[in-house]
Design a protein around this ligand. Structure first.
Ligand SMILES: NC(=O)c1ccc[n+]([C@@H]2O[C@H](COP(=O)([O-])OP(=O)(O)OC[C@H]3O[C@@H](n4cnc5c(N)ncnc54)[C@H](O)[C@@H]3O)[C@@H](O)[C@H]2O)c1
Length: 272
């Protein structure tokens, strides 16, 4: 399984983010932890957010390696908690350069088992919480003179997979939301883009392998994911660093003409 703390950011961006302030959600583990690590090791000050208290230990570990990081435990579906976190950012930094809305959840269910509450919960984390955090961050991004918002979509932002109508809706929804906000916020110099990973072997994928595997056939653990990886043109899953390096590029000065885009980072799994 991929461990975000093992992420090595591309040396192309060494020092590039020095003096820049970055917030990453869903940063206790997996892709979010790797993104936080990549920005921090490229010079940024990074605030890691997660509902899981493991985010505190993750930030402590990064700080012990010389990174300028802090953390807060927050449920991103609670508007009041999110507003309080960004008020803390305002008091501490006065402005923000990059917001990464990475937190996400998935469940896998046949339609008869998928309750309205479960459908709404996935949309609440994957789509609505990204909007709320962006709304709270916009005054800080404006205060910085512009910035970058990076939203987690998915291969399911390109094409719905079976047994996940709520997840597909949430990940396609985040792309539409990002396009709309990209148009509204462009005059402020705020760019809004999405990243669409294919298969990244995080804890989320252990769940996916087990639950899709159980429903799609008589798969042993690891067999379904191996079958899907064999169909990826580049013949491997993504490393967390593959995703993190895309985000460094999009948030960097080199990405300054890119907004309103959803970019696949999936080894060729999807080509549109
Ligand atoms: N792993 C993949 O293959 C893959 C593929 C496509 C898209 N994605 C997307 O990338 C993002 C990261 O995925 P991952 O594999 O690292 O997932 P993960 O499950 O390993 O980590 C997600 C993190 O989000 C946090 N989180 C969830 N709900 C939250 C809430 N309400 N408030 C605060 N924190 C919350 C969790 O505690 C966890 O630390 C997600 O948006 C996911 O949908 C992942």
């Amino acid at each position: 399984m991929t461990d975000g703390s093992a992420v090595v950011a591309s040396p192309i961006f060494a020092g590039h983010f020095t003096g820049r302030r970055v917030v990453v959600t869903g940063a206790a583990r997996g892709i979010g932890l790797g993104i936080a690590e990549a920005f921090a090791s490229s010079g940024a000050a990074v605030l890691l957010l997660d509902r899981d208290e493991a985010v505190v230990a993750a930030a402590t570990d990064m700080a012990s390696r010389g990174h300028e990081v802090s953390s807060a435990v927050v449920d991103l579906t609670d508007d009041a908690q999110v507003a309080a976190v960004f008020e803390g950012v305002r008091e501490r930094w006065g402005a923000l350069d990059v917001l990464v809305n990475n937190a996400g959840i998935i469940t896998i269910s046949e339609i008869d088992e998928l309750s309205t509450a479960d459908f709404a919960r996935v949309l609440a984390v994957n789509t609505t919480a990204a909007f709320v955090a962006t709304r709270e961050a916009v005054p800080l991004l404006r205060a910085a003179g512009g910035g970058s918002v990076l939203n987690a979509s998915s291969g399911q932002g390109r094409q719905g997979f079976i047994y996940t109508p709520h997840y597909a809706a949430s990940k396609m929804g985040v792309i539409g939301m990002s396009q709309s906000l990209a148009k509204e916020l462009a005059p402020d110099g705020i760019r809004v883009n999405c990243y669409c990973p294919g298969i990244v072997e995080t804890e989320m994928w252990q769940y996916n392998d087990a639950e899709w595997g159980r429903r799609l056939g008589d798969y042993q653990p690891g067999e379904l994911i191996a079958e899907w990886i064999a169909d990826i043109p580049l013949r491997r899953p993504a490393a967390v660093s593959d995703v993190a390096n895309l985000l460094l590029f999009l948030a960097s000065d080199a990405g300054s003409y890119i907004t309103g885009q959803a970019i696949n980072v999936d080894g060729g799994m999807f080509m549109s």
